[in-house]
Design a protein around this ligand. Structure first.
Ligand SMILES: Nc1ncnc2c1ncn2[C@@H]1O[C@H](COP(=O)(O)OP(=O)(O)OP(=O)(O)O)[C@@H](O)[C@H]1O
Ligand SMILES: Nc1nc2c(ncn2[C@@H]2O[C@H](COP(=O)(O)O)[C@@H](O)[C@H]2O)c(=O)[nH]1
Length: 375
């Protein structure tokens, strides 16, 4: 059900605010009540354009903390002369920019989604997230995360082999030493810490994180290279990186791969034979935290258990809408407006879609009375 609660500027709510500075509508500001708060969307009129800023008031007192300006995540819409705003599903506001081109017309401001709630806890203040109209899932970049040794690389290799024209791998940078068969520029851009730190300072990275004692990161250039090749980008990154991408303007599909059991994870990591014992121990320790984080609500769109590889790969293809597909380039993306939010559905998946649910994943997500958790 869609709840439309648009309140025109200059309406009743405006009068109920006690603080004069805060309560005055600025330019074409639209006031949307959401629970105990009012979101004021729109900005000061500079005489030509209006920005789309956000302020938050207390619905009862009409007051706000500080200037009422929340932490804003995601890419912000460009200014427009006029807009309308409607509350959807009690957790996001749709903004229609009346004087904008079709591909810049519809935006969503997440105000109380699980992801927003989680971010609020992290930053300790009000948070909102901008999302542009939803692209078809079948053209979005794919972020794959999961503990070391779970099989992310194996699944990605299979995908790239079967669909070489469809997918392109985002080649990360890392300060770790290359493994025997790894090639610079193919598996990773192997780099020095000082060089990578400088590039991070220069804003060349979409995300980066310290993982198992080394620095790893996705450069903007790596993602653009895949996009420019007309392919759908796959990022194999850890959970910290996934969290950063989730808060970035890159609108991706987030998949978390989990093992059938902790013992099996350990077996795979050892079986791969690429790490010394000390590093295996470190990766296993980190795996426990990553598996916990993986179930963090709102971060991942899909939870995929990699028990039997063939089954898992088929499920991955299903998630990516590939079953029965032929290998074709998918980018530049076929942008389309997903009408689901207007019909009352979520504009992006903030819930968790479960595939290949097995005992381990069930334990992980606590959706059933637990079998003894594997980790
Ligand atoms: N379903 C599976 N069953 C058994 N073995 C598997 C399965 N999937 C992957 N493996 C094996 O497990 C090992 C680890 O896989 P892989 O290197 O793909 O993990 P990864 O998640 O990419 O690890 P990392 O994050 O460290 O790069 C490999 O030897 C691989 O062949
Ligand atoms: N945050 C990022 N994590 C990354 C990136 N590239 C890889 N990774 C993750 O690191 C671990 C270890 O990888 P390994 O190749 O040393 O086994 C694994 O979980 C990867 O997903 C990155 O660019 N950013």
């Amino acid at each position: 059900m869609v709840e439309a609660q648009e309140v025109p500027v200059g309406g009743m709510l405006q009068e109920s605010f006690s603080t004069e500075i805060d309560s005055k509508p600025r330019g074409n500001e639209t006031f949307i009540p959401v629970g105990e708060k009012i979101y004021a969307i729109g900005g000061p009129d500079d005489g030509v354009n209006l920005s789309i800023s956000v302020r938050i008031f207390d619905n009862l007192t009409g007051t706000c903390n500080g200037r009422g300006v929340p932490v804003v995540l995601g890419a912000k819409p460009s200014p427009c002369m006029d807009h309308s705003a409607t509350l959807l599903n009690k957790d996001r506001i749709s903004i229609v920019k009346t004087d904008s081109s079709p591909d810049d017309k519809i935006w969503f401001l997440e105000v109380d989604t699980p992801f927003v709630r989680e971010q609020k806890k992290i930053v300790g203040t009000e948070v909102v997230v901008w999302r542009k109209d939803v692209k078809a899932d079948d053209s979005k970049p794919i972020v794959i995360s999961g503990p070391s040794g779970v099989g992310k690389g194996t699944l990605i290799s299979q995908l790239m082999q079967e669909f070489p024209s469809t997918f392109g791998f985002s080649v990360s940078h890392t300060t770790r030493a290359p493994r025997e068969k790894e090639k610079d520029g193919v598996h990773y851009h192997f780099t020095e810490m000082s060089t990578m730190e400088k590039d991070i300072k220069d804003g060349k990275f979409l995300e980066f994180a310290s993982v198992h004692g080394n620095l790893y990161g996705t450069s903007v250039a790596a993602v653009n290279a895949v996009k420019d090749a007309g392919k759908r980008c796959i990022l194999d990154i850890d959970v910290q990186g996934a969290r950063l991408v989730r808060a970035s303007p890159l609108d991706a599909v987030f998949i978390f791969v989990c093992p059938p059991s902790f013992e099996e994870l350990e077996k795979r990591l050892r079986g791969r034979g690429t790490e010394a014992e000390e590093h295996i121990q470190k990766r296993l320790k980190n795996a426990k935290a990553e598996l916990e984080e993986g179930k963090s609500l709102g971060l991942f769109d899909y939870m995929l258990e990699n028990d039997d590889l063939k089954t898992c790969y088929e499920t991955l293809k299903k998630i990516l809408g590939l079953n029965g597909n032929i290998d074709l380039p998918t980018y530049p993306s076929r942008l389309h407006l997903d009408a689901s939010p207007i019909k009352g559905g979520a504009p992006r998946k903030t819930g968790l879609n479960m595939f290949a649910i097995d005992t381990f994943a069930e334990n992980l997500l606590n959706i059933k009375e637990p079998h003894k958790p594997a980790c």
